[in-house]
Write a protein that binds this ligand. Structure first.
Ligand code: NI
Length: 135
């Protein structure tokens, strides 16, 4: 039996969308309010999906406790209440758009989860704006 299990998580983080090589004015034209030089925050909602085959012996696809702890270690602890641009090394030279944040989360989880699983990362930056990344 193949199916997908999901784990939801949450983090609050500050960011600024900008390119160093552009003026503040050009950044504002392209990125709007999200380019505020003094940063601003979002309440990010995350849904991680893990697809695979259920182990007939346990009835588990993956132990959800392990998935919960992995998301805590790889995402919530490093990102929650952080300034993504300044405190999270992955965004030192990567614009922290919701697209790029989803890819960074995917890449971190991909390294830690067994290759037999497919992963999806759904990340909401606002209740209405979200992305889905599946690698
Ligand atoms: Ni923003």
């Amino acid at each position: 039996m193949s199916l997908t299990v999901y784990r939801k998580a949450h983090f609050n983080a500050a960011h600024r969308l900008f390119k160093k090589e552009w003026s503040d004015q050009k950044n504002r034209e392209v990125f709007g309010k999200c380019s505020n030089p003094l940063y601003h925050g979002h309440n990010y909602e995350l849904e991680v999906g893990v697809t695979g085959t259920v182990n007939p012996e346990t009835g588990f696809l993956i132990d959800l406790k392990i998935l919960k702890e992995l998301i805590e270690t790889e995402v919530e602890i490093p990102f929650d209440h952080k300034n993504l641009n300044k405190e999270v090394p992955e965004f030192e030279n990567l614009n922290p758009t919701v697209e790029n944040i989803a890819k960074v989360i995917y890449d971190k989880l991909r390294k830690k989860l067994d290759a037999k699983f497919e992963i999806s990362v759904k990340l909401f930056e606002t209740p209405r704006n979200f992305v889905v990344y599946t690698g």
